[in-house]
Design a protein around this ligand. Structure first.
Ligand code: PLP
Length: 371
């Protein structure tokens, strides 16, 4: 390893340059060790057909690689728009939903009167990137706990809105890590309670859910929908997108980096919304049928309760502390997600991604011996 020579410029301190909020954050570095069974990241299991894989390989072999990607993302926008029955001007693709979240927070967050601090509102527990991305930008984040059924606490959210009107509100439905959808009636109450805020309904897991909120997007001006290909078999390509009013998309296009989505990703994502759309649906159907099987099997174990899931993972309550189970599963080379570090009611919850039938069986056997 190359060492640094002592620096001549005394008085230089990186800590003095950093945003103070960085002190409370750490880099997102998932456990990269090799595990026999990885059910921690809510990816789809590797069940893509050989025909779909070779179609992707063919699209990736076509070049030309010396040219920048299409900066307007025209073909991909058109493919998504046709698939969802909207206009291309309503679609903003990004490098995963993560990038779209950061673009939203770059473009739209400023103090709303009578508040004097730019504020983002979300729920807890929910997807961590809302908070991380906002804190990196020095924004204030209000996190309102979900109720006992992991649904929206409308009164608490409304009082947060009254105290400090948020510029952007993130609500995941189905929610990560709880797997349930938020009730529509409560969503609508919030949309009307904060007409000046932009609501982002994050539907990352929509392929596994009985119904989406596209009709609410059409009915409420202040609502947009976030989606991704990461959960249905294309995580390696990093493609997420926002569905929003053209005037919202036009502002986000100003802060988007010119060539954000690489050509291979644009091409493969376009296939996912056209030729390979039936393949995506098949993957989702298989995962949902495995979800039913695994939920029933885990539900039979003493000391285990499974929240009904509308996603590709299960939110499992265990009598034994989740931290202990997480470590015991890891010792058997099975990786799941535990949130015990956050304490409180999360001390007894595990999030378990639905894997292949063989992986799911190994998980069920291990949990039956450990709980
Ligand atoms: C609710 C939710 N939104 C967004 C994402 C991120 O998706 P992407 O891979 O498209 O950045 C995740 C990933 O876990 C998620 O759970």
């Amino acid at each position: 390893m190359v060492g640094f020579r002592p620096c001549h410029m005394s008085g230089f301190s990186i800590a003095a340059l950093c945003r103070p909020e960085l002190a409370e954050l750490s880099a997102y570095l998932p456990d990269l060790q090799r595990y026999r069974v990885r059910l921690d990241a809510n990816e789809a299991p590797p069940i893509m057909s050989a025909a779909a894989q070779s179609r992707i390989a063919q699209a990736l072999g076509e070049g030309p690689w010396e040219r920048y990607p299409d900066p307007s993302l025209a073909a991909l926008r058109a493919a998504i728009a046709t698939n969802l029955g909207v206009s291309p001007a309503e679609v903003l693709p990004g490098v995963g939903s993560d990038e779209v979240i950061s673009l939203l927070l770059t473009a739209f967050v400023r103090p709303l009167p009578p508040g004097d601090v730019a504020t983002v509102l979300t729920t807890t527990p929910s997807f961590v990137m809302y908070r991380m991305s906002a804190r990196c930008r020095g924004l204030r984040v209000l996190e309102v706990p979900l109720d006992a059924s992991w649904d929206l606490s409308v009164d608490a959210l409304k009082s947060a809105i009254r105290m400090t009107p948020p510029s952007v509100v993130f609500i995941a439905s189905p929610n990560n890590p709880t797997g349930n959808t938020m009730s529509r009636e409560r969503l609508e109450q919030l949309f009307t309670a904060a007409p000046q805020s932009l609501f982002v309904v994050d539907e990352a897991y929509i392929a596994y859910s009985d119904r989406d909120q596209l009709d609410l997007y059409r009915r409420y001006d202040n609502v947009c929908i976030l989606r991704t290909l990461s959960k249905v078999g294309f995580a390696a390509f990093r493609l997420g997108f926002l569905l929003a009013r053209p005037e919202v998309v036009a502002e986000l296009d100003k802060v988007r980096l010119p060539y954000n989505v690489p050509t291979p990703t644009q091409r493969v994502a376009e296939l996912a919304f056209t030729e390979l759309a039936p393949e995506v649906e098949r993957i989702a159907r298989e995962v949902v049928s495995e979800r039913t099987r695994v939920a029933a099997r885990l539900g039979e174990l003493a000391g285990v309760q499974v929240t009904p899931s509308q996603a590709n993972f299960l939110w499992v309550r265990t009598e034994r502390p989740a931290g202990e189970l997480y470590e015991a599963l890891k010792a058997r080379s099975i990786l799941v997600r535990s949130f015990h570090a956050r304490g409180g009611r999360l001390n007894h919850q595990l999030r378990i991604t639905i894997g292949t039938p063989a992986e799911n069986d190994q998980l069920c056997v291990a949990l039956s011996e450990l709980t």
